[in-house]
Design a protein. Structure first.
Length: 327
């Protein structure tokens, strides 16, 4: 069964990627309708684009902690953040390798690099560790700046500001109109993703850093059976995070993204398994996949059911803030 896990995971990755691209296209069409003064066909603003607004989610998290209420500007941002944290708490950083579009594109690039170069480069261990620290510094900066240093009044003021109300549109325009510097940064990251495995995810993503720390508490971990292991090293080679799986009894690393590559590439059935704390209960691959997708989609359904999904910023407010494009 484990040999089917990678085709299954990759299929789920690409389904989510295409769905997120669809959301982006729908948002573009929504904005185009408004800026055309109603000339272009009306397309409803797609719910769920808040998944690309982690800063708004952090601001909403602080307001929720302080006031006990979820603001109506971008409520789905907080719902998605909490859902992704829940996935990581239960199933390692599986969001990164099963759902995240950045992870999907990055994996495509390094696999293409392997096909072209017949190998992926590995940085010296000391440099790898130093670079991995960058994402934790970025995470610390955002958490301190928003959750600790930023006054509650300032948080509420920003949440209700015109800037935040159309943060989704601003992000769309950022990618549609990349500045020279931003374009260079994106191209460099894309090029680095060919010889290196997931450089952005491993070294720069503060979201991944947060999920990694949360995943340390996860009861599900890759577990090695020493008696059955033949020490072939296939698991070490397969791991995109560079974890020395073959040398461990149980993979506790915050860098584990729950991708199942080590288990899928293991040459001895049962030598590597995903197990709960206690090392007795084995989690079948299909169950793991269903849980990842089910918990993530469950957060969406919960947000909709509780009225914390659709933004409270109505179309008239978008018309006021965006207006027709100048001639």
């Amino acid at each position: 069964m484990n040999r089917f896990m990678q085709p299954l995971r990759i299929s789920i990755q690409w389904l989510f990627l295409f769905f997120m691209l669809y959301l982006g296209v729908q948002l573009y069409r929504f904005v185009a309708h408004i800026r055309s003064g109603g000339v272009l066909p009306y397309v409803p603003r797609p719910d769920g684009v808040e998944g690309f607004l982690p800063i708004s989610a952090l601001l909403s998290l602080k307001q929720w902690i302080v006031s006990g209420t979820i603001n109506p500007v971008h409520p789905a941002a907080l719902v998605i953040l909490l859902t992704v944290i829940a996935v990581s708490l239960l199933l390692k950083r599986s969001f990164c390798s099963w759902i995240c579009p950045v992870g999907t594109v990055s994996e495509l690039l390094w696999k293409s690099g392997f096909s072209l170069l017949r190998r992926n480069s590995r940085l010296p261990r000391w440099l790898d560790l130093a670079l991995r620290g960058i994402k934790y510094l970025l995470l610390a900066f955002f958490l301190y700046s928003i959750l600790i240093a930023m006054p509650t009044a300032a948080v509420e003021s920003f949440i209700n500001s015109d800037y935040n109300k159309i943060a989704d549109v601003r992000l769309l325009e950022f990618f549609l109109n990349l500045s020279g510097t931003a374009l260079i940064v994106v191209l460099v990251l894309l090029l680095l993703s060919v010889p290196l495995r997931n450089p952005f995810c491993r070294f720069l993503c503060p979201y991944g850093a947060l999920l990694g720390l949360v995943s340390l508490l996860s009861p599900t971990k890759v577990t090695r059976n020493r008696e059955m292991c033949v020490s072939c090293g296939a698991c070490n080679s397969a791991c995109p995070s560079g974890i020395r799986v073959m040398e461990k009894k149980r993979v506790h690393s915050e860098e584990c993204i729950g991708c199942w590559r080590c288990i899928s590439h293991c040459r001895v059935q049962g030598a590597l398994e995903m197990k709960l704390t206690g090392r007795r209960i084995v989690i079948p691959g299909i169950l793991f996949a269903l849980l990842v997708v089910g918990i993530f989609l469950g957060g969406t359904f919960a947000g909709k059911a509780t009225g914390h999904w659709r933004t409270g910023t109505g179309i008239e407010e978008y018309r006021r803030l965006l207006g027709p494009s100048p001639d």
